[in-house]
Each structure stands twice: as C-alpha cells, then as structure tokens.
Design a protein around this ligand. Sequence first.
Ligand SMILES: Cc1cc2nc3c(=O)[nH]c(=O)nc-3n(C[C@H](O)[C@H](O)[C@H](O)COP(=O)(O)OP(=O)(O)OC[C@H]3O[C@@H](n4cnc5c(N)ncnc54)[C@H](O)[C@@H]3O)c2cc1C
Length: 435
Amino acid sequence: MEQIANIPEAKGKERIVIIGGGFAGLEMAKRIDKKYYQVVLIDKNNYYQFQPLFYQVATAGLEPSSISYPLRKMFQNQKDFHVRMCEATRLVPAEKQVETNIGCLTYDYLVIATGCDTNYFGNDALRESTFALKSVSEALLIRNRLLLSLEEVLSAKDEEEFKELFTFVVIGGGATGVELAGALADMKKGILPKDYPELDFGKMEIHLVDASPRLLAAMSEKSSLKAARTLQKRRVILHQGVHVEAYDKPFILLSNGQKIRSRNVFWVAGVTPKPIPGLSENAYERNRLLVNEFNQVNGYKDLFALGDTALFLSPVTPKGHPQVAQVAIQMARRLAENLNAKATGRLPEPFVYKDKGSLATIGRNAAVADLGKFHFGGPLAWMLWLFVHIMSIVGMRNRVAVFVDWAWNYFNYDVSLRLLIRPRKSEIYHHEESD
Ligand SMILES: Cc1cc2nc3c(=O)[nH]c(=O)nc-3n(C[C@H](O)[C@H](O)[C@H](O)COP(=O)(O)OP(=O)(O)OC[C@H]3O[C@@H](n4cnc5c(N)ncnc54)[C@H](O)[C@@H]3O)c2cc1C
C-alpha cells in the first residue's frame, strides 16, 4: 500500500500518529510539543463532534454546526501538524504502520483514540430498525424522524397508526436516555402544541425503557431517584428493570411481556469500541484495549490507547474508568506530558484520574449533580450544567450560538430549528459517507 501523499518526512523528529479527533485525540494533539514531534491526526470526519449535546440537535434545540468544529481550523497555525480525513482500517505493528482507506502511514508512536460505537448487546437486528445517537448525522436522523412523525400523525388513517406515530420510545436510562426523554417532554409541553394546535398532546406518549433497576446507574442513588421523579412528573412513562427483547415492527417487545407500539424508537442503551484489526488478542478485553498506567497497550511498547477505547484495570479501578469525556481528556494530557518528558530525558508519570463529579440534565430547570459528597438537583444543578457545557464547547462562535439558542428557548419557550430538511439522493458523491 502507498504512503498517504503530501505528508513530509519527519526530519530529525519522531512521528506520532493519532487515530481519532474526539475528546482524547484532540487534547493529545493540542498538548504534544511539535518542537520534538511531527503529529499526524486522522479521523473519519473532518470535524470534531461534542457528543454530550447530540440530544439537543436531535430535539431541534441546537444546530449541528454549533456543536461541531472543523479539525483543520483548530490546528491552523501549528507547524509540522497534518490532518487527514480517512478511516484507519488495519494496524501493522511489526512494520509500525497504519493502513487507511487513502494509503498507509508509518509511525514512531501510535495513539488510538477511536472512541466507541453503539452497543446493541448482540441483537444486531436493532441496528437496522432503531435510531442511534452516536454522531451528528444520527442526531439529524432522529430530528427528521421526530418531525416527520408529527407531520404524519395529522393525517393518520386510523387509531393504530395515530398511536404508532405519536409514541416515542427511548431505550437506555443513562445520561443520554434521561436527557433525550426530558427534552421530548419539554417539547411536548411547551413547544409542539403551538405548532400543531389541531393535535391533542395529552395523547403523545414518551416511554423510557431501562434494563437497570435505577436510572443514571453511574450516579448516586439520590440523583437516580430525583431523575425518575422529575421525568414521571413530566409524564414520561418509565419501564425500569426491563430490557428490550426485539423490535417486531411496529411493536417493541419488552422482557416483562409488555408491548409498545411505535415507529419512533431511539436506541441509546450503551456503547462499545469497534476494534481496528491487526493487534493480538491479548491486547483486548471486552473489545477495549488493555492499557497500563502509562496508557501503553498490552504487549506493545510504542502503541497507546486513550479515552473510551482504553481499559485500565487496577485495584482502584477493577472495572476500568467510566467512559466519559473527563477520563479521555485527562488520559490524553498525561500521555502528551509523558511523551514531551521523554523527548527531554525526563521520566513518565502514571495516569491518576481526578473525578470532578457528574451532571445530567432532565430538561428545563431540572438537573442532578453529584460533586464528591454533595448530591443536589433542581435549578441550581441545571445552571451548573448549562455553565459546564457552554464552557466545554469548542470555538467562541459555537459558544455564542449555543448561548443565544438556549436563552431564546428559555425566554420564549420555543426553538426555531424545526426544519425537516432531507438530503436529495444524488449520484454526484460516489464514495460512501461515514458517520
Ligand atoms: C450521546 C452522548 C452523550 C454523552 N454525554 C456525555 C456527557 O454529558 N458527559 C461526559 O463526560 N461524557 C458524555 N458522553 C461520553 C463522551 O462523549 C465520551 O466519553 C468521549 O467522547 C470519549 O472520547 P474519545 O476521545 O475516547 O472518543 P470520541 O470522542 O468518541 O472520539 C473518537 C473519534 O475517533 C474517530 N474514529 C473512530 N474510529 C476511527 C477510525 N477507524 N479511523 C479514523 N477515525 C476514527 C471518530 O470519528 C471520532 O471523532 C456522551 C456520549 C454520547 C454518545
């Protein structure tokens, strides 16, 4: 396979190839000292995606461009830094090479920060029949499904079709599921009745199905209970401790024998990494790359993994770290500092995670927060959630855009992004687009 064109030799420096421009890959790319290293960042997309706000794009609260940022713009002024939009398809560690769909790349150090994909827990038929939320494009598909159902329900031909179109089912009771269900409840109460005065929104059903006996299982029990109570008050129907057996359209079949009729099924029940072929089996556990305290992949000296795809097992973290943004960012910082240290003859330091707490929003004026010993909810937690998310968004323009949309939405009980724009089928683009 030919080398990727137009990437100059790393003269007098070592080359670091980073696969994945998400939370971990970007932090790594920013922090590595280009005096000592040439950096090549590759990603399937030419933009970074801020996943925590996908659900707001899906529910027409934000535009996709407000939570995405072009990778090239981010690194415009960096010397000896190269970005390529391509997909890593195979690793050849013996030759220190990564194969991609546009050629191969040699490396001195390889950093794998490829994140996760949606987990269907072996029930792959659900991949074809439900809507996932793991990319901006999937968020737009959900938005279109939601808006289309509301248009179609107006001309439903019978009671069954009406119910099928007017019932929304969120599967997965983690932060994303709770946030999505809460946002749908907000739309049902404040926004949609103004757009569709002919419809009786008392008949719109929102279900949240969770296999775990409590929502937000990664948070404190107090926060779980508060989230459940708030959603119930907002008329979300909870199914806790039950899992989905199948989606035999139009019925979702639950493990307790219950059936829910719906055309709008949103699958946010979990994530799992999608390994790139080429490494030995010993490098993996449950699809995640086993790493040591220096983020070195088991069995490989110059290969590192970060973020959601990395699994660091220790007596303190017998199940590994949670798959959240802070872990990805902190791992990347440590590794960048360690490689910078190596270049100047200093010793690396082990990774130690500092838990800054967890937040989840349930909708307007409602959120839950676990900050060390403190667990609280309501408007204060919601304000904190808004602040943390605004500050985490990449790009000043995006921060301002999100702030304006949220302020408008808050004071007017409305958002103005409910356009149902569907791509025209076209032969001009020959290659398949990735998500
Ligand atoms: C809907 C949703 C909501 C979330 N909300 C929160 C939240 O509120 N708070 C929180 O802390 N965490 C949240 N998370 C989790 C958080 O987003 C992840 O923990 C974080 O993104 C992990 O960072 P990462 O760098 O490991 O992977 P990602 O950020 O997922 O980045 C992986 C990158 O790798 C690229 N890639 C993958 N495979 C290849 C390949 N073969 N070749 C080239 N490129 C590739 C992808 O395109 C992507 O850009 C949420 C996740 C989702 C899906």
